[in-house]
Design a protein. Structure first.
Length: 282
């Protein structure tokens, strides 16, 4: 089969499930991943023949897309803050909003020569590794409850040639942190059970629920615990950063204020939703 014919088949199979722009993105990613062909390559060689082995793998990927398995899990990788990351079903797919959190942090702390940073709930390691890459003098630690996530994050750190100390631990039962930190950041589980009906099936059916959801009756569980630890383990003028539930911005701000944090600030994401928060301990 030639590329043009496969593309026609690919679009036809997915047209009732996804918007055309998304299907085009899937196609481009698969061509790049499986055939090492860019969009320009494909445009210049529309009659290029696909080998039987490649075609078999592409058809398998198509079947998975029809089951609404995310393309990032299918190819096993994604990009975050300009860096490559291996991912699998044990970690969340990094989001553009989280890139904004990293950018916000770097705008605040990139001038510091030496800095100790802790990322809580690291998953694929995307926040910790991106910070370590941009701040070569930083001493970066990262915690996650999942041994599989820690394994994935370790591999990503090696692939991106940075040093991050990864620790497997349940932050909800932790009584202490490894050391004092200048910066603590967390993108913890924050989606309430009642919000499931607003989420897409490809997220609900494939991404790890332990990294996504909290009980409706205690949605700020992780923020409460991390803030308590941060009060004792942030250095003077240390900064706490959170990614937050857009519907609970006011409540999260009030929680930090009541705990004695100062200069508590919420920042909106590219979609205009309350998505990031930072606070200082004096």
């Amino acid at each position: 089969m030639i590329i043009t014919d496969f593309k026609i088949h690919f679009f036809k199979e997915l047209e009732t499930l996804y918007p055309k722009t998304e299907i085009q993105s899937f196609f481009n990613l698969l061509m790049q991943y499986q055939l090492k062909l860019s969009r320009v390559d494909i445009a210049l060689s529309p009659q290029l023949k696909i080998t039987k082995s490649d075609l078999s793998l592409l058809k398998t990927a198509l079947k998975k897309l029809k089951k609404q398995i995310p393309i990032q899990y299918i190819i096993g990788e994604t990009e975050f803050y300009g860096l490559p990351f291996k991912i699998n079903s044990s970690v969340l797919i990094p989001r553009p909003e989280t890139e904004e959190l990293v950018a916000w942090m770097l705008s605040d702390i990139s001038s510091k020569s030496k800095i100790n940073i802790l990322d809580i709930g690291t998953g694929s390691g995307c926040i910790a590794i991106s910070l370590a890459k941009s701040l070569p003098n930083a001493n970066v630690y990262a915690i996650d409850i999942s041994s599989k996530a820690i394994k994935t994050a370790n591999q990503n750190a090696k692939n991106n040639k940075v040093n991050v100390t990864f620790i497997e631990e349940n932050i909800l039962t932790a009584n202490k942190l490894p050391k004092k930190f200048d910066v603590i950041v967390s993108n913890p589980p924050y989606v309430r059970e009642l919000e499931k009906n607003k989420m897409q099936n490809n997220v609900l059916q494939n991404e790890p629920h332990v990294a996504l959801f909290v009980k409706d009756e205690n949605p700020l569980l992780f923020y409460n615990k991390i803030a308590d630890l941060a009060k004792n383990y942030l250095s003077k003028n240390g900064i706490l950063y959170f990614e937050i539930n857009q519907y609970l911005g006011k409540e999260t701000l009030e929680l930090l204020t009541l705990k004695g944090f100062k200069n508590v600030e919420i920042k909106k994401d590219i979609f205009g939703a309350d998505r990031m928060l930072k606070a200082t301990i004096l």
